[in-house]
Design a protein around this ligand. Structure first.
Ligand SMILES: Cc1cc2nc3c(=O)[nH]c(=O)nc-3n(C[C@H](O)[C@H](O)[C@H](O)COP(=O)(O)OP(=O)(O)OC[C@H]3O[C@@H](n4cnc5c(N)ncnc54)[C@H](O)[C@@H]3O)c2cc1C
Length: 503
């Protein structure tokens, strides 16, 4: 597996995972026997450095998650947690002896690594976490309670975040479950993503000193960097998942008889199928940006803006398309285990993406705050002019000149900041589409029709116009603007003339 060239490795993986399809795999935590098959196919190898026997490849880490998510979204998430959240951090910040032990285990055994951050009393506000660590001779002692961890009962290895009780300092520790002290006291019954298990975990454990990861940013800076990786990975999951939904919805509407024809004969049905396709095109562009412009083997702190925008946009489009696909499947779409569609679990699985990994509302706030800070530092008066100079968004500039964005940075209230973050995620989407439209697809699997780019941009522009109106609405509902008078009408007609703004 290590010596195969990349195309062979990925083709072999893609051809060999049919039995893991979401229409077939039982809705329960994946068995070790099944995990063994995936490990033998090399699922962890791209996340293991070459010097420890792995394939060490950012691009393959992305591709394995993308390919897996097309087959089975929960297993895409599964793969991401073990590779991007667990193995990546051991590779980047682990002591040599820890790396030796961990990589040897993951090379040869069907083992699982998870990440323990969230606690019952602190999710969005991690700074309030109660889990603490103390120096205790040759070890660190960690005590506290964590919940909602993926693989709560199953993980063999953890990365645990804990706070020093006196210093405002957070530490990150590897822990081997067989060393004891990580106990799942309650199993949670999740709505979806059932191939991973969740629960409430009590921690009273000791880890050797060399199990502490070398992370030295102040406050929660390292947690933010760790989460950049998983937030970016939503592009890979969304790309694979939405390609599947796009294919499934087209197949369904072509085969479902209605009157003398099929659902596909209905204009509105075709419009909805096209919306799913355009959401795929957007997420495909986000994914190509992740795969080609970022690198899981480097520090991602400077890519914070892109990772937040990616997570927000990818997860909201996954959810929207899962609802549209379920609607197109009619009553059968509401049936788990339906013979001709995967809509029920697609929706249940996609639902949580806007909630976990930092809720989207919170991430939108971060996104807007990053933007506003740099806008203020720029000394410019016009947000649009700043967008034209802001690396992550500049490619969207020409598509935005007919939307009134002049008020979006006027010392907004908290709710407006959240909406601004959502607007920025859509602008980022246009920017990545613009970039993708100028480049060749990295593989035939990821190629999209050139005619789809202007359509996908039109979808995002339409969202931005709606969100700009919502931004004003939020002010009115909060009573910070004059309550009389209609909302500012849309002054823009969204077109998808392929020449508009394409450079
Ligand atoms: C299926 C699943 C898997 C998970 N996997 C893991 C895992 O592997 N490891 C782990 O450590 N954790 C995991 N989590 C936990 C997850 O990351 C947290 O649930 C998430 O970060 C939200 O925290 P919370 O649940 O405490 O929500 P809260 O912090 O209570 O937030 C609730 C709601 O408040 C609103 N809100 C909060 N802040 C803002 C804001 N600034 N602006 C506007 N609105 C806001 C939002 O609507 C938000 O959805 C998982 C959760 C789920 C459901």
């Amino acid at each position: 597996m290590v010596d195969l060239d990349s195309t062979e490795f990925l083709d072999n993986f893609r051809r060999s995972i049919e039995e893991f399809d979401s229409s077939r795999l039982p809705q329960e935590p994946l068995s070790r026997e099944s995990l063994r098959k995936l490990v033998d196919l090399g699922i962890y190898l791209p996340a293991i450095p070459r010097e420890y026997g792995g394939r060490e490849s950012h691009r393959e880490m992305c591709e394995v998650i993308e390919i897996m998510s097309e087959r089975n979204l929960p297993l895409g998430m599964y793969t991401m947690i073990v590779t991007v959240l667990f193995l990546r951090n051991v590779a980047s910040s682990g002591d040599d002896a820890l790396k030796e032990e961990v990589f040897d285990d993951f090379l040869h055994n069907p083992v699982i690594g998870g990440l323990a951050f969230t606690e019952p009393s602190s999710g969005s506000n991690l700074a309030r976490m109660q889990t603490t660590y103390h120096d205790d001779g040759d070890t660190y002692r960690i005590t506290g309670t964590k919940h909602w961890q993926a693989f709560s009962e199953q993980a063999d290895w953890w990365i645990i975040c804990a706070k020093h009780p006196e210093r405002k300092e957070f530490g990150y520790f590897a822990h081997k479950r067989s060393d004891g002290g990580f106990v799942t006291t309650e199993v949670y019954d999740s709505l979806g993503l059932k191939n991973l298990g969740y629960g409430l975990n009590t921690l009273d454990l000791r880890v050797p000193r060399h199990y502490r990861l070398t992370k030295s940013r102040e406050s929660l800076g390292d947690a933010a960097e760790i989460l950049c990786g998983s937030r970016f990975s939503k592009a890979a999951m969304a790309s694979g998942f939405l390609r599947r939904l796009s294919t499934e919805s087209l197949r369904h509407v072509n085969s479902r008889k209605i009157g003398d024809g099929t659902l596909h004969d209905i204009d509105y049905v075709r419009y909805k199928v096209s919306r799913i396709q355009q959401n795929y095109v957007v997420c495909n562009a986000l994914y190509r940006q992740l795969m080609l412009a970022e690198d899981y083997y480097t520090d991602l702190e400077n890519s914070m803006f892109a990772s937040l925008a990616t997570k927000v946009l990818a997860s909201e489009f996954m959810l929207e398309s899962a609802i549209d696909y379920q609607q197109l499947c009619g009553g059968e779409g509401y049936r788990t285990g339906a013979p001709d569609n995967i809509a029920a679990y697609a929706l249940l699985d996609a639902r949580v993406y806007t909630i976990f990994d930092g809720t989207n509302d919170l991430l939108c706030q971060h996104l807007a705050t990053l933007f506003l800070r740099q806008f203020q530092q720029s000394g410019l008066r016009s947000p649009l002019e700043f967008i034209g100079r802001f690396g992550y968004l500049e490619d969207a500039f020409f598509h935005l000149t007919d939307i009134n964005l002049s008020h979006i940075a006027d010392a907004p209230s908290q709710e407006k900041i959240v909406i601004l973050g959502r607007i920025l995620s859509r602008i980022y989407g246009i920017s990545t589409l613009q970039k993708a439209s100028r480049s060749t697809a990295p593989s035939t699997r990821l190629a999209v029709d050139d005619a789809d780019y202007p359509k996908a941009i039109a979808v995002l522009k339409n969202e931005i116009i709606g969100l700009v109106n919502e931004y004003e609405l939020a002010g009115r509902l909060a009573g910070t603007q004059t309550p009389s008078g209609p909302l500012r009408p849309h002054t823009t007609t969204v077109t998808f003339d392929s020449k508009v703004g394409m450079r």
